[in-house]
Ligand binder design. Structure first.
Ligand code: XUL
Ligand code: CO
Length: 435
């Protein structure tokens, strides 16, 4: 059965196209700064939003029309695999990401859940072998099942910790089976409701324990994978331990996990933490830990994770600039952790929304490449920090000065020359690159 009969293949038609089923800016093989757009962007589709999201919200019932619903949960799961690969192929997207619960029903026991995962991943593997589509990352959902009410690795209940460990082990077995390039941890319930009954020290030690077990197991099964930790400040927990990139790096460093873990940075999580997306990407780069990206956008008027498909060109440009400065995002990618709005309930909207997200990032890439070619930020920063290129500045950054020598210098240097940043002009010139 064909799930998206209205489109055979999404092709690049250029900016003048008036088709919803064509790329206006993303041209997979077009070379930008020496690499094809496809290689720069490494797009991935998220199984959860695209295949399992039903359009319900806390006030309303499902709205999404989905033609893959079967008579049993397993039949639906099998249909979803068919539909998913049809979507990926039609979009020309080469990567995907999933949680264990997205692909297979949990059934009545962990044993049944794992058997369901085995059956569905056999199907997924067949599709991957046939199409060449690859697994960017998978993860274990350790936040939806009621046993995780008090956390997974950070739970107060050791039996729950063991259950979480079993899901991670299975996740790594599946990752190996499917040749995954990364494995993600996102601690949705790894945080606390109230400090009154929480032992934060023990909870964080236990999270690190689970991560070390995962590293040890991946080595044991001889499957080298890049582990990624995804920061988010809140939702579902009131306070989540991996609040933002800087907090998460402090955790990674405290427990000596630097060699194995990088960060998966999500745009909407950045804004929930009170940061911009590019801030979080830049912090990650400062730690040499930018691993992958969950692409979406929030809404400045709403205080929760809206996970909209990215359309903001300004944000996409600055994000792509960070990726270019990072020397690319591989083995990570740009995963659309994005969902269609409740009113975009048609099957075709799943294709259209991804086309829009891909076009946004393609435009961001082109604008960022031009900014890089022109040395826009390099020149700006070189001018702004010019005082460190010679004289006392050069001596400071060469670590040749101390408080006494600088005090002597400052006492003789009464007239400090200050320069304006002309920041309004800079912003106006940046706008020139966006259109
Ligand atoms: C939740 C979120 C997750 C992670 C994977 O906000 O972003 O979907 O990306 O668990
Ligand atoms: Co995410």
């Amino acid at each position: 059965m064909e799930y998206f009969p209205n489109v055979k293949k999404v092709n690049y038609e250029g900016p003048k196209s008036d088709s919803m089923f064509a790329f206006h800016h993303y041209n997979a093989d077009e070379v930008v700064l020496g690499k094809s757009m496809k290689e720069h962007l490494r797009f991935a589709v998220a199984y959860w939003h695209t295949m399992t999201q039903d359009g319900s919200d806390p006030f309303g019932n499902p709205t999404n029309i989905r033609t893959w619903m079967g008579a049993t949960p397993m039949e639906t799961a099998r249909n979803r695999v068919e539909a998913f690969f049809e979507l990926l192929e039609k979009l020309g997207v080469e990567y995907f990401c999933f949680h264990d619960v997205d692909i297979a029903p949990e059934g009545n026991s962990l044993e049944e859940f794992f058997a369901n995962i085995d059956e569905i991943t056999d199907l997924i593997k067949e599709k991957m072998d046939k199409t060449g589509i690859k697994l960017l990352w998978n993860t274990a959902n350790m936040f939806s099942n009621p046993v995780f009410v008090n956390g997974a690795a950070s739970t107060n209940n050791a039996d729950v910790f063991a259950r979480a460990a079993a899901q991670v082990k299975k996740g790594l077995d599946v990752n190996k089976k499917l040749g995954g390039e990364n494995y993600v941890f996102w601690g949705g319930r790894e945080g606390y409701e109230t400090l009154l009954n929480t032992d934060m020290g023990l909870e964080q030690d236990n999270i690190a324990r689970l991560f070390k077990m995962a590293i040890a197991y991946s080595e044991k099964i001889n499957h080298k994978v890049q582990f990624l930790l995804e920061p988010k400040p809140k939702e579902p927990s009131k306070h989540q331990y991996d609040f933002d990139a800087a907090t998460t790096m402090a955790f990674i460093q405290k427990y000596g996990l630097e060699g194995h873990f990088k960060l998966n940075i999500e745009a909407n999580h950045a804004t929930l933490a009170g940061h911009t997306f590019e801030h979080e990407l830049n912090v990650s780069r400062c730690y040499n830990a930018l691993g992958s990206i969950d692409a979406n956008q929030g809404d400045v008027l709403l205080g929760w994770d809206t996970d909209e498909f990215p359309t903001n060109l300004f944000d996409a440009t600055l994000a792509m600039y960070e990726i270019l400065e990072n020397g690319g995002i591989a083995p990570g990618g740009i995963n659309f952790d994005s969902k269609v709005r409740r009113s975009s309930f048609a099957m075709d909207d799943l294709i259209i929304a991804h086309v829009v997200g891909m076009d946004t990032f393609a435009r961001g890439l082109k604008a960022a490449a031009k900014l890089k070619e022109d040395g826009f930020f390099d020149n700006l920063r070189a001018d702004r920090y010019a005082s460190y290129q010679s004289g006392i500045g050069a001596s400071i950054v060469a670590d040749k000065e101390d408080l006494e020598s600088l005090s002597d210098y400052a006492l003789k240097n009464n007239e400090i020359k200050m320069e304006s940043s002309h920041i309004e002009y800079v912003k106006a010139r940046l706008n020139d690159y966006l259109v």
